[in-house]
Design a protein around this ligand. Structure first.
Ligand code: NAD
Length: 481
């Protein structure tokens, strides 16, 4: 009999009414595991447990929170090859990328272990004689978390770790396509010594478990990462349920990489190949718009095309694979739909975009590079979330910057240039939460804030010490001594 990975509620793994298979996108005949499909009752039980656990956990000794998170970090690091393989099997990113993501989760856990000890306040002189003022931060309460499929362990980790470090309790619903990595993370944190009810996992459908979480009156805050359309629905549902609920939304991108005439060609090609196509282009920070100035345009397109020809698209676990499969049939359909839209709009499919057959049945797609793209076309405006990039020609820096900013999104923006003048100007004027100079638009550090502006993000930043903005609430206490 296949093992069913169960939900974790109030410190127990509970047998589900229903389970669903988690399929390997590199080989759809392989079932990674059977995972529980939670119900509204499961969600309600998880929230009740988190509510009950909150008073003690929020006042717990920070050394305990440090110890749990550090122990979990050590186990994640020690098992990074095994957990990386699980991640690559369920999501489809290559094994080195999967192991790298698990290592990132380990680093995040150790960073926030120490944050539990670093949570300090301020002492301020009052304008009134004899009065002292203390400004402190306290935990918010029960945090509901809803995560996407493209970073199956890093995103749950960068929400759970700060929430726990600052004394909150948690109910998490991972994406239904990739429950395995979150299950493993929750199992590790539980065995690291979390008291019952502090962390609860309810796997299942967004429309069932996720929706019930948004509407639950005892969930004080929702941290969501996913698409813009779901994010907007979530914001509206939270306001309708309780306008006082704290909400943080990290959503999509249509990130520009500007390549100027004076760029180092090799650097620019590497930034574009990595930023647009690694992780199968399934990153919110992927460089899906390559805005290239006239003088370097043809050389850049030729060199990037040569680079793409050398990239191996195959089973995520095979050594030598550069690009794994698309995550599932519906994402593959979306990628192919946009490739057709690009052609219909008059852009030139310069290279790639073909379905590929490999040893096993999987969702393999050759990276697609469009040229002759206008920024008004749908392939330049809408997030595709696959290995599809659009080259847009610009006359010079000013036009390139204007095109880069002409988007409803604002997550990451990059520029390849050897000019201090243009790189400085771009850092100041790019309308994005993160700016990269001579680096891919994707790929960030874990100890600094992550997030965007415009349609990409809503609410305080995630990651680094900035995470405390969302996971704590400020108290100002006055004392007449
Ligand atoms: P999605 O919006 O389809 O789903 C995200 C999560 O929301 C899933 O867990 C899903 O089950 C849940 N959900 C769906 N409907 C719901 C509802 N009615 N109520 C509550 N929850 C619901 O996104 P996805 O396809 O899993 O992920 C891809 C998207 O995530 C892309 O748009 C990508 O750009 C974005 N993303 C953003 C960031 C970032 O930090 N900005 C990082 C990674 C991914």
């Amino acid at each position: 009999m296949t093992t069913v990975f169960r939900n974790f509620i109030a410190g127990e793994f509970v047998s589900p009414a229903k389970a669903a298979p988690n399929l390997n996108p590199s080989n759809t005949t392989e079932v990674v595991g059977e995972y529980a499909q939670g119900t509204v009752e499961d969600l309600n039980a998880a929230v009740a447990a988190a509510k009950e656990a909150f008073p003690a956990w929020s006042r717990s000794n920070p050394q305990l929170r440090y110890d749990v998170l550090m122990k979990a970090s050590n186990e994640v690091m020690a098992r990074k090859e095994e957990l990386g393989a699980l991640l690559s099997r369920e999501e489809g990113k290559t094994l080195p990328e999967g192991i790298g993501e698990v290592a990132r989760a380990g680093q995040i856990l150790s960073f926030f272990a120490a944050e539990a000890l670093r949570l300090n306040g301020e002492l301020v002189n009052s304008i009134r004689p004899g009065v002292g003022i203390e400004i402190t931060r306290e935990a918010v309460g029960v945090i509901g978390m809803i995560t996407p499929w493209n970073f199956p362990i890093a995103i749950p980790c960068w929400k759970i770790a700060p929430a726990l470090a600052y004394g909150n309790t948690v109910v998490i619903k991972p994406a239904d396509l990739v429950p395995g990595s979150t299950w493993a993370l929750v199992d590790i944190l539980n065995r690291a010594g979390l008291p019952k009810g502090v962390l609860n996992l309810v796997m299942g459908r967004g429309s069932v478990v996720g929706q019930a979480m948004l509407e639950h009156p005892d969930v004080h805050a929702i941290s969501f990462t996913g698409s813009v359309s779901t994010g907007r629905r979530i914001a509206a549902a939270c306001v309708a349920a309780n306008p006082m609920k704290k909400v943080q939304l990290e959503m999509g991108g249509k990130n520009p990489l500007v390549v100027l005439d004076d760029a180092d060609l090799a650097v620019a090609v590497e930034c574009a190949a990595n930023g647009a196509f690694f992780s199968t282009g399934q990153r919110c920070t992927a460089s899906s718009r390559l805005i290239v100035t006239d003088g370097i345009h043809d050389k850049f397109v030729d060199a990037l095309t040569e680079r793409l020809k050398g990239l191996v698209v195959d089973d995520a676990l095979k050594s030598g694979t550069h690009i794994g499969p698309v995550v599932d049939q519906s994402q593959l359909d979306q990628d192919e739909k946009y490739i057709a839209i690009g052609r219909d709009e008059g852009a030139k499919l310069h290279w790639g975009g073909e379905r590929l057959n490999r040893d096993n049945p999987g969702f393999f797609l050759q990276p697609a590079l469009f040229t002759g793209v206008a920024n008004t076309m749908r392939i330049a405006r809408e997030e595709i979330f696959g290995p599809v990039a659009a080259v847009i020609r610009a006359k010079g820096y000013d036009e390139a910057l204007a095109i880069a900013n002409d988007t409803e999104f604002g997550l990451s923006a990059g520029i390849c240039t050897t000019s201090l003048k243009y790189s400085s100007h771009f850092k100041r004027n790019a309308e994005a939460g993160m700016v990269m100079v001579n680096l891919p638009t994707a790929g960030v550090d874990y100890h600094v804030p992550f997030g965007g502006r415009k349609g990409s993000s809503y609410g305080p930043r995630e990651q680094g010490a900035y995470a405390r903005e969302f996971y704590t609430t400020v108290k100002t206490a006055y004392t007449l001594a």
